[in-house]
Design a protein around this ligand. Structure first.
Ligand code: XMP
Length: 177
């Protein structure tokens, strides 16, 4: 059985501070562009929501949509990508910022990037809250990374384990217990 470790891996305050820094980089690169933010469901819903509120403060007002891509069963990647829900917006000719919760093997982000490229986006930038570089299987890096972490299974702030813990305002780690 897995239980949530008491101490956060990354606190709510640390997330807030880091997002403030990331948005300065995003604003420098993306202000003035015809921007569409595409969040990858379900894990990125909280991160995307916080990010776009900070973009607003920086005078960036993107269109916002989501795609639902999955490859995961439990804590293991099946390797097979599926688009469970398409975006509604047309991204042709737009600058797109793809937002995901965590970059692990890289399959999800690569799949999403290729998919949005095929839909005719003019420029694609990628932004992830967490990066586990040691787990990478396909060659992809995100343009903006919140935190680079070790290979531990993380929950909270949108990330789940079997659907649980998405509601935590901080990032925690599961342990056997
Ligand atoms: P890939 O392997 O495609 O993975 O880069 C990205 C997706 O895998 C899920 N994932 C996790 N979810 N805690 C989670 O709750 C984790 O530590 C974790 N590692 C990978 C996640 O859905 C992400 O979008």
């Amino acid at each position: 059985m897995t239980v949530l470790r008491k101490e956060p891996l990354i606190t709510e305050l640390e997330i807030k501070v880091r997002l403030g820094q990331m948005v300065l980089d995003l604003a420098r690169d993306l202000r003035g562009k015809e921007l569409t933010v595409i969040g990858i469901l379900r894990g990125s819903f909280m991160f995307t929501a916080d990010l776009v509120r900070l973009l607003y403060i920086n005078d960036i007002h993107p269109l916002i949509d989501f795609i639902f891509v999955t490859s995961y069963v439990g804590t293991e990647s099946s390797g097979e990508m599926r688009l469970l829900r398409d975006m509604s917006l047309d991204v042709k000719g737009r600058w797109v910022l793809i937002v995901d919760d965590i970059l692990d093997t890289g399959r999800t982000l690569l799949f999403a990037k290729n998919y949005i490229q095929e839909r005719g986006a003019e420029q694609i930038h990628t932004c992830v809250l967490l990066d586990k570089p040691s787990r990478r299987i396909v060659p992809i890096q995100a343009d903006y990374v919140g935190f680079s972490i070790e290979d531990v299974f993380v929950v909270g702030y949108g990330l789940d384990h079997n659907g649980k813990y998405r509601d935590l305002p901080y990032l925690g780690v599961l342990k056997e217990g």
